[in-house]
Design a protein around this ligand. Structure first.
Ligand code: SF4
Ligand code: SF4
Length: 441
């Protein structure tokens, strides 16, 4: 990887930055998919007809990198059914009784050592809430095998529209402090860097004041560029370190944790309530009243839209996340997942894409890539019929490093669909490599 990191200046469109998070009305029902994390889906432990309370375990983690799922409303389990938005899975449908009664057996965790702490983090159900959805307990468990000297807390919310981490930083300073105290106590790291972009001066100011007497915590203002929040970019800009291909961050003595993930872990240790709700930014040209909402996990996009006064125009595109890296969902019935930091709904005009024309070999896509990759080489490889030749080129060009940030597509004057192609190339190489591994057994 190059040692200077390319980036983009994007329009921010952060119209909800000053909108304090407000609790949305209790939804009539929630539908909780069991694969809201990067590993194997969780396994249901309830049945239709069961009464459940807020915070009650409804599906236990199963296998590596899995995470438990908890009821986000009190009420009755109506069904355990297939869910087909995004990766196919099973989901638990709960009809709300409108009471939001907390599970009476919730208790405040009292770990006395690292193993017990990790076990509690595991029970909290918290995953990477900036989008990656990797279970936090698994990240901490893997990291503690090396000495982690630096914890990098990611407050760089670089995508247009999204302000949920920003609001969390403004509204949950106590929990950020508690989260850092927990990591100090159990992980023993020496340095805590809160990386925040300069377009959030209020958060920088508040957190600098809060930690002014703690030499272990440094609030670091960062340039407001995209993709400042990407692991490799944040690492370099905050510490000067570079993670090489295939290298684990922990081997550099660093872990990165999203600021909202840290807050949710701290909330579990403060209250005993696992991850059942989060702040979601609802914005975009089709939304009447953009807001930051406190949302029970599993509420539908439709419920969020109603809480924002409805739509003012026909939706052209619904995104979970921002316009650069967000995932398109095709229905207002989609459920809010643990890692859904924003729902951006564009009108038809904004969703329209300019038709691509032939590549003019200008090299802008290569020059802008923060990782120094060559998306035109990926595109040429994907045109090859011979899958082994295609795979050889993609491996040589290190397609697996691509973080699908979309910078290459954004700058392409020919409007080539480079990001989609990169994504297809990454899917291809994953299945080609696993087929080779299976064949070699
Ligand atoms: S999407 Fe991949 S290839 Fe394109 S700029 Fe981002 S990291 Fe580079
Ligand atoms: S930016 Fe677009 S036109 Fe320029 S080299 Fe890349 S793909 Fe071709």
């Amino acid at each position: 990887m190059r040692k200077s990191i390319s980036s983009l200046k994007l329009p921010h469109y952060k119209s909800t930055a000053a909108c304090a998070a407000v609790r949305m009305p209790i939804p009539k029902e929630v539908l909780l998919p069991l694969n809201m994390h990067s590993g194997q889906a969780a396994e249901p432990v309830v049945q239709p007809g069961d009464h459940v309370y807020v915070g009650q375990l409804i599906a236990r983690e199963e296998g590596r990198n899995s995470a438990p799922v908890h009821a986000s409303v009190s009420g009755t389990v109506k069904a355990i059914e297939p869910y087909a938005v995004g990766r196919k899975t099973t989901a638990i449908r709960i009809e709300s009784d409108g009471k939001m009664e907390k599970y009476p057996e919730l208790s405040i965790p009292q770990p006395t050592n690292l193993d017990e702490f990790l076990q509690c983090v595991r029970q909290s159900g918290v995953v990477g809430l900036g989008g990656a959805a990797f279970p936090v307990w698994a990240k901490l468990a893997a990291a503690q095998k090396s000495h982690i000297s630096t914890v990098l807390i990611n407050g760089a919310e670089c995508e247009p529209f999204i302000t949920s981490d920003h609001r969390t930083m403004l509204e949950c300073g106590d929990l950020i402090e508690k989260g850092i105290e927990l990591l100090k106590q159990f992980m023993g790291s020496e340095e805590y860097i809160l990386g925040i972009e300069k377009n959030k001066p209020d958060a920088i100011e508040q957190l600098t004041e809060r930690f002014k007497d703690d030499p272990a915590v440094k609030v670091m203002p960062l340039s407001s560029v995209y993709p400042q929040g990407a692991k490799q970019v944040l690492l370099y800009n905050a510490t000067g370190k570079v993670v090489g291909p295939g290298q684990r961050l922990a081997s550099l003595g660093v872990i990165i944790i999203n600021v909202t993930s840290l807050v949710k872990v701290a909330e579990y240790f403060a209250t005993g309530m696992p991850l059942v709700e989060r702040i979601v930014t609802v914005d975009g040209s089709a939304v009447k009243e953009p807001k930051n909402l406190i949302v029970p996990i599993g509420a539908s996009v439709r419920d969020l839209v109603e809480a924002c006064g409805g739509l003012k125009e026909e939706p052209g595109k619904i995104l979970f996340g921002g316009p650069m890296m967000g995932k398109t969902v095709d229905t207002l019935d989609a459920s809010i997942l643990k890692a859904t930091n924003a729902v951006v709904i564009m009108n038809r005009r904004d969703a329209e894409r300019t038709a691509p024309s032939a590549c003019i070999h200008c090299g802008r896509c290569v020059a802008v890539c923060p990782l120094g990759l060559n998306p035109t080489a990926f595109a040429r490889a994907m045109e090859l019929e011979d899958e082994d030749k295609r795979a050889a080129i993609l491996q040589k060009e290190q397609v697996s490093l691509c973080m699908e940030c979309g910078c290459c597509s954004y700058v392409c004057p020919a409007h080539r669909p480079l990001a989609e192609n990169n994504s297809a190339a990454r899917r291809f190489i994953r299945s080609w490599e696993s087929a080779k591994k299976e064949g070699g057994k």
